[in-house]
Design a protein around this ligand. Structure first.
Ligand code: ADP
Ligand code: MG
Ligand code: ZN
Length: 612
């Protein structure tokens, strides 16, 4: 621990300045009475006729004190500038003759008045750089210190395994890791080697950070926690110094756990992403230091390094090889049971009404992670509070799911009747096709109330089960549904289409491209993959780059195949809607009136139409 000298010396300086300031204030001469500036000849006249009682002569001026006649409110002093180099002996005689008392002040005057101020300025000039210098020095000496938060036996994090649900396998593996630390001989007795590094891998929001915190609460050993981005600073070399400091501290406190969150911030592959945008040198130095430190001790020393990332594929291979982060624990998206458990866990903090069925909610939220589910429970609580309910009911949760999935309802948007009609037909197109094709996710609701930015309406389809695989036919059905909005517009408005389908078209193109380049689902292109994704197995961002490993000619063939897939699906959309044109009109008209149709209303409508 470095002793803090700084506040002490700073106080001294502060006091110093205060005293200096006070002195300056006190010694600064003040003119006690206002003096009226007069012309030289006027001053002479007054001196001659004896109306001045005193005259003070300074380097720059004459100041005369006027004999006050009774009842006069004249200023008590008059002053005038003193002419430069002029024989004044005659003036002195006249003053004396006039009866004035004469004093001469050498070296005073304006210069003298200002002197304390110059002194003050001098102090500032001398001490300010010193003060700033001190500060810079202390700053620099603390940048190399790791910012790791230490949780030890006395300051436990309050999180425990009971706050984590739905990720049982990961939890079980972590419990084992903690056991390594507590009873190492149990494992080394048989010649086994305790893992040095444990990497938590999984999509964002699945509870990796939460699990690490829970470990810190359960392990009963000191726990150093730091985020990868905290190693990074503008100064090159700081990150490396921090890593060194962190491991030094940890070795002193062994057995203990080091947890590096967001490892990808420092662990990105040294080969990839050499760009001008990022401070690569700094990251490489930090990474090299981390690798060196991990090699520098063996796990019998009782330090286990945990890290978390959601992009393991960008990590440098050196980090993943044996002897470093050699054990990977996958924290995956929860299945339906997991989601139910997580929902129940978060619902402990809120008041639930009798209508709430957590199993149903879990069934409605495939693909959602712990963070989403926690968010849903919280949103539902806020919604219930808004309409002054005593407890959260099912409809609050339904609305909360919509909010988390689709964004807020934005009723305030005013659409013209023409636009409203167009959106109604567009959404009806999606819905009707989803109801027609065999493998689409069931339609839950169709609405012309905008939810997300840019969208004008929405058709909500919900899967009935967790899906891990999709067949080609299912994907083709999905494509057809995506294009249904545009097809409905084309049919209804006689070819006059709008910008409303931009998002649908983008998603359809992307899906078709993946079918061709990733899933080997095009007869022409064969069972090959094209292009190597550089980032994001879990995190598919729009900026994920692709390394091209095929020729220009192949690129053209891929484009052709993608276009064919989309065009075929679009034609299928048109065919379906042309075949059910009456129903399309029926749904759209109803939608214009009621704005939102849920599944029962849709079924009823279609039943009536076919019966008629
Ligand atoms: P990650 O680090 O994987 O991105 P976090 O651990 O930060 O995700 O999770 C964010 C929040 O989501 C947690 O604080 C918690 O409230 C909730 N959460 C996520 N996963 C779970 C889980 N498995 N069980 C309970 N709550 C969870
Ligand atoms: Mg995290
Ligand atoms: Zn659409």
């Amino acid at each position: 621990m470095n002793t803090e000298k700084r506040p002490f010396s700073r106080t001294i300086l502060l006091i110093y300045f205060l005293i200096a300031g006070t002195l300056v204030f006190l010694t600064a001469p003040r003119t006690t009475s206002p003096s009226r500036t007069v012309s030289y000849s006027e001053f002479l006249k007054q001196a001659r006729n004896g109306s001045l009682s005193k005259v003070e002569i300074t380097d720059t001026q004459f100041v005369g004190t006027v004999k006050t006649p009774e009842g006069s409110s004249e200023p008590a002093q008059v002053s005038t500038s003193r002419p430069v180099s002029m024989d004044e002996s005659w003036l002195l005689q006249e003053l004396a003759a006039g009866g004035a008392e004469i004093t001469v002040r050498r070296g005073s005057g304006n210069w003298g008045n200002a002197l304390p101020w110059y002194l003050g300025l001098l102090l500032v000039v001398i001490f300010l750089p010193m003060l700033a210098g001190r500060q810079r020095m202390t700053q620099i000496s603390s940048v190399g210190k790791s910012k790791a938060k230490l949780y030890d036996q006395y300051s436990h994090s309050t999180v425990s395994f009971s706050d984590v649900a739905g990720v049982d396998e990961a939890e079980a593996e972590l419990v084992e890791v903690v056991d390594f630390l507590k009873n190492p001989q149990k494992y080394t007795k048989l010649g086994g080697r305790i893992p040095k590094g444990v990497l938590l891998v999984g999509p964002p929001g699945t509870g990796k950070t939460l699990l690490a915190k829970a470990i810190s609460g359960e392990a009963n050993v000191p726990f150093f926690s730091i985020s990868g981005s905290e190693f990074m600073e503008i100064f090159v070399g700081v990150g490396a110094a921090r890593v060194r400091d962190l491991f030094e501290q940890a070795k002193q406190r062994a057995p203990c756990i080091i947890f590096i969150d967001e490892l990808d911030a420092i662990g990105k592959s040294r080969a990839s992403g050499r760009g001008v945008l990022f401070n690569n040198e700094e990251r490489e130095q930090t990474l090299n230091q981390l690798l060196a430190e991990m090699d520098g001790f063996d796990s019998s020393s009782g330090v286990i390094i945990m890290a978390a990332t959601n992009t393991p594929e960008v990590l440098d291979q050196a980090l993943l090889r044996a002897g470093r982060f050699d054990r990977q624990i996958v924290v995956d998206r929860p299945d339906i049971d997991g989601r139910e458990a997580i929902l129940k866990l978060h619902a402990r903090k809120v008041k639930l009404g009798s209508s709430v069925d957590m199993r149903k909610i879990a069934a409605r939220t495939p693909g959602m992670v712990g963070a989403d589910l926690a968010n849903i429970v919280n949103e539902a609580a806020l919604l219930a509070a808004r309409h002054h309910a005593d407890a959260i009911e099912m409809r609050d949760i339904e609305e909360a799911i919509d909010r988390v999935m689709l964004g807020m309802e934005r009723k305030s948007r005013v659409m013209s009747p023409g636009e409203k009609e167009r959106v109604a037909y567009h959404e009806s197109g999606h819905a009707l096709i989803a109801l027609s094709v065999e493998h689409a996710n069931p339609v839950h609701r169709v609405s012309i109330i905008p939810r997300s930015i840019g969208a004008l309406g929405h058709t909500l389809q919900l899967p009935t089960e967790d899906r891990f695989l999709m067949t080609r036919t299912e994907l083709l059905d999905q494509l057809t549904v995506m294009l249904g909005g545009r097809a409905a517009e084309e049919i209804t408005f006689h070819g006059e289409v709008s910008t409303g389908a931009a998002d649908d078209l983008e998603r359809a193109s992307e899906l078709a491209r993946q079918m061709v380049t990733r899933f080997g689902m095009s007869a022409h292109m064969g069972t090959l993959t094209y292009g190597k994704p550089l980032a994001g197995r879990f995190l598919r961002s729009p900026f994920s780059l692709e390394e091209r490993n095929y020729s220009e000619r192949t690129a053209e063939m891929i484009d052709d195949e993608v276009r064919t897939l989309v065009e075929q699906s679009y034609r299928r959309s048109l065919d379906i809607l042309n075949g059910r044109h009456g129903e399309l009109i029926r749904i759209a008209r109803e939608l214009i009136q009621r704005e939102t149709l849920d599944r029962p209303a849709l079924d009823q409508l279609l039943h009536e139409t076919t019966a008629a």
